[in-house]
Ligand binder design. Sequence first.
Ligand code: B16
Ligand code: MG
Length: 221
Amino acid sequence: MQAVLFDLDGIITDTAEYHYLAWKSLAGTLGIEIDREFNEQLKGVSRVDSLAKILEFGEKDKKYSSTEKETLMNEKNELYLKRIQKMTPQDLLPGIYELLQSLKSNGYKIGLSSASKNGPMILNLLKIADFFDVVANPDSIEKGKPAPDIFLKGAELLNVSSHECVGIEDANSGITAILAAEMVAIGVGSQSQLAHADLVLSSTEELNVELIEAVWQKFHK
Ligand code: B16
Ligand code: MG
């Protein structure tokens, strides 16, 4: 194993809740009611694909032009940014800071493979940007999760083979993306949502270097 690629939302910090509240509020203004169960489908999914799923769910997908959709996405992002401005290192999920530290001191490369265009800003707010050797830019890839592109981009930027990487994700679409990139996949969340992962943990607190190395040893291709 040479590198670990992290998802951001739901693994490093719990922005998943803020994304949900922002989409729920935007959808409400369009007369579309979404709930947490529906939101599971939006986790790890890009901004543009999330809006498409919401409009389709509300049977309003033909109603808006691409310019109007652009405006709706900007409105959602404004709502989201307002909520996350006050983030501090205290918003790191349990065990993540210690994990980044020990991966670094054990010589592993670290990358971010998030669908979020706000990733670099959030790493700065959380004061962990220096741990990351690379941040894969979601604008630089063709297909979002569940396609493997964002994880393959992370490995490419780190200059390592995807077979040498472990990906860590909270979303069903993200686990599919990691496996499609032929990496070892660790899921954090519910066993039923993430059953296809090589290992599922219930909390980020359970993550540590020894465990990640052991999972890679057992499952790498
Ligand atoms: P933004 P991840 C994903 O991040 C979120 O899970 C998803 O809910 C969000 O729509 C997507 O980022 C895009 O985020 O609007 O900030 O560009 O889980 O891949 O780290
Ligand atoms: Mg996520």
